[in-house]
Design a protein around this ligand. Structure first.
Ligand code: ADP
Ligand code: MG
Length: 244
């Protein structure tokens, strides 16, 4: 679903991503972990075309993304969330998800909000149920607490009916109960709905429980890859985390 080949991105003298290769297989949850500053979000930003790599290749759904703009990815079926929330704070919860739902229709923000066919509203309401936000549908997004804002970002990403979901630290700042709900939802999205998830996450309890495969980065480079059990006992991984 995603093939990253020898990806490098320099910011001036800093090598944020250093010759990274990575293959994400269909219907798996693939975690990308590593200490702060390891290059995880930068890798996401290269895949979603917000950053232009210095070198290397990225293919998504078999297609080279180098000619694509960031806004071309959603119609292909690739959705993402942001580590630092990027919601429309002044709009309602429902409206935030509607914006995602209308990605296949084109048009600007105003048109997307105005058009509310029952089928689209039904889909949005269903997603709000799934992420536990149904009762907040008319609340202003900025009035939600942090955990609920994160779930709203996830609902908006799901509204585009993606095949690939890129999640940047979805569990950060969530309470234990919310992490449990996220765990169940991600499993269901992969097992039942057939999605593929690339997950950047620091909450190890979640990563180790739900990932099929884990890639570990440090200083921009891949230092380990394997099943959760394999990477957990890898001395390089232990050292990278203890050294933090
Ligand atoms: P992670 O998500 O693993 O914590 P990042 O990918 O955000 O790490 O950052 C990797 C490195 O690249 C860090 O040293 C960070 O300061 C640097 N970096 C990220 N984005 C930029 C940018 N836009 N300009 C300059 N440096 C950046
Ligand atoms: Mg990050």
């Amino acid at each position: 679903m995603i093939e990253v080949e020898n990806l490098t991105l320099r910011f001036g003298g800093l090598v944020a991503v250093n010759d990274l290769s990575l293959v994400v297989r269909p219907r798996t949850i693939h975690a990308l972990i590593g200490p702060n500053g390891a290059g995880k979000s930068t890798t996401f930003n290269c895949i979603s075309r917000l950053y232009r790599p210095t070198s290397g290749r990225i293919r998504v759904l078999g297609r080279d993304v180098s000619g694509l703009r960031p806004q071309d990815l959603a119609p292909l079926g690739v959705a993402r969330t942001f580590q630092n929330l990027e919601l429309f704070g002044g709009l309602s919860v429902l409206e935030n998800v509607l914006i995602g739902a209308h990605v296949h229709c084109g048009g600007g923000l105003r048109e997307r909000l105005a058009a509310r066919p029952p089928a689209v509203i039904g889909h949005v309401e269903h997603l709000l149920e799934r992420v536990g936000l149904a009762e907040f549908r008319h609340a202003q997004a900025s009035a939600l607490d942090f955990g609920r804002q994160k779930m709203l970002e996830l609902a908006r990403a799901l509204a585009i009916r993606p095949r690939i979901l890129l999640l940047d630290e979805p569990a950060a700042g969530l309470r234990n109960r919310e992490i449990g709900a996220l765990d169940r939802l991600l499993n269901e999205l992969v097992e039942r709905d057939g999605l593929t998830v690339l997950l950047v996450e620091h909450v190890m309890q979640l990563v180790m429980a739900i990932s099929h495969r884990v890639t570990v980065m440090n200083f921009g480079a891949r230092i380990a890859e394997g099943t959760p059990a394999e990477v957990r006992r890898d001395p390089l991984v232990v050292e990278a985390y203890l050294g933090q």
